[in-house]
Design a protein. Structure first.
Length: 167
């Protein structure tokens, strides 16, 4: 149960890192939009829309991969396996995947949207690329979190495998 709940954490962290780096590179564009008079609401909606579209594409790709993997697994399993006909992707799986995708997309878009909202347009436009990268939201922290989540996931998987082999 714990393994199922924690396997999304590294991928969510990867998504957050990718989207954060993407918006760090587009910082000047957002500052230029703000300097030309775009309301904060439009800038925040731009960030949210783009992040949600990217995560939705990833969610659909994950569902297609899971469906193909399920079909391949069912093809290799013996036909006399009990309750084999009950193994399928139903509406609850699709709803859970859609919910996780939406929550992940919105939560990963919050930090770039917050930065875009509070950044001073003139200072950002004047800033060179090296200074913009140094002023990021701590990519080292995200890497440390990803390593911690990965290590925890490996420990949980190892404990699960050990209990499976003992009993």
């Amino acid at each position: 149960m714990l393994v199922r709940k924690t396997r999304f954490l590294p991928s969510a962290n990867n998504l957050s890192s990718m989207l954060g780096a993407r918006w760090l590179e587009r910082r000047r564009e957002v500052a230029l939009r703000r300097a030309l008079g775009a309301p904060q609401r439009d800038v925040i909606l731009l960030v949210l829309r783009e992040c949600i579209v990217l995560t939705a594409a990833g969610g659909v790709g994950g569902l297609v991969t899971a469906h193909a993997g399920l079909r391949a697994l069912l093809a290799f399993l013996p036909a006399d396996l009990p309750r084999l006909e009950e193994v399928a992707m139903d509406g609850s799986v699709l709803a859970a995947a859609a919910g996780v995708t939406l929550v992940c997309g919105v939560s990963c878009a919050l930090a770039p949207a917050w930065q875009a909202r509070r950044a001073d347009p003139m200072e950002t436009i004047k800033m060179d690329n090296a200074a913009a990268r140094r002023q990021g939201t701590g990519p080292g922290t995200l890497v440390a979190l990803e390593v911690a989540f990965g290590t925890g996931l490996l420990i949980v998987a190892g404990l699960l495998l050990g209990s499976f082999l003992r009993g």
